[in-house]
Design a protein around this ligand. Structure first.
Ligand SMILES: CC(C)(COP(=O)(O)OP(=O)(O)OC[C@H]1O[C@@H](n2cnc3c(N)ncnc32)[C@H](O)[C@@H]1OP(=O)(O)O)[C@@H](O)C(=O)NCCC(=O)NCCS
Length: 183
């Protein structure tokens, strides 16, 4: 667990999830899915996700090597979820993928930067992960500039990969080489 004072003076707590967070996380996914078109989840969250399914997902995350989910809370409310997930197959076990969401009311407070630093520090601490990958929808300039700030570089695009109510957007692929010192 770690504490971070935000630009507005409030305290963000970063901690591991527990299975008791499952219902709030299901509700959280619906909220963030309804607040932005930049995620694959929409206002329905993740289709078909049950309480047992989310509890199982949290437990398996806690047990997975070189994988970590961070929950960020302010005054007990979940405002941030992000994770680093190591690939399962041995030949790509040194590759992690990351994902991040923040409730809209908590954007602009520096939470994104705190989360990125926490994920990168964790990835480096494993001694196993050598690179991180992410996917971001074209047009998500806030997220892209956050990733570039942490030295992620675009390595390609899936053309017209994401369909938002009939409009097709590219999915941008970005990588961070963890074996290189931060710029
Ligand atoms: C993208 C997201 C994680 C950014 O989080 P955040 O807490 O608002 O980001 P921060 O306050 O830490 O800002 C980090 C950096 O983002 C960039 N940024 C902030 N506002 C920006 C804006 N209006 N336009 C472009 N870049 C911006 C800046 O580089 C900023 O650093 P600075 O404050 O030192 O200038 C958050 O907006 C979010 O959850 N969005 C919805 C979900 C999403 O898109 N997730 C990513 C999917 S790939």
């Amino acid at each position: 667990m770690s504490e971070h004072i935000l630009k507005d003076g409030r305290t963000l707590i970063l901690r591991d999830p527990t299975p008791d967070d499952a219902q709030e996380l299901i509700d959280y996914l619906k909220i963030v899915g309804s607040e932005t078109d930049f995620l694959l989840a929409d206002e329905n969250g993740i289709e078909g996700l049950t309480l047992e399914g989310e509890q199982g997902w949290i437990t398996s995350t806690l047990e997975s090597p070189n994988t970590k989910m961070f929950i960020g809370t302010i005054d007990g409310e979940i405002v941030l979820v992000c994770d680093v997930r190591a690939a399962g197959r041995m030949r790509i076990a040194h590759v992690g993928s990351i994902a991040i969401t923040i409730k809209r009311a908590y954007w602009h407070l520096g939470i994104g930067k705190i989360a990125m630093q926490a994920m990168i520090d964790f990835a480096k601490s494993t001694g196993v992960l050598r690179s991180l990958s992410l996917e971001v929808r074209e047009g998500n300039e806030r997220a892209i500039s956050l990733y570039q700030r942490f030295d992620f570089v675009e390595i390609g695009r899936h053309k017209a990969r994401i369909n938002v109510r009939g409009t097709y957007f590219d999915e941008i692929l970005m990588d961070l080489d963890l074996t290189q010192p931060a710029k």
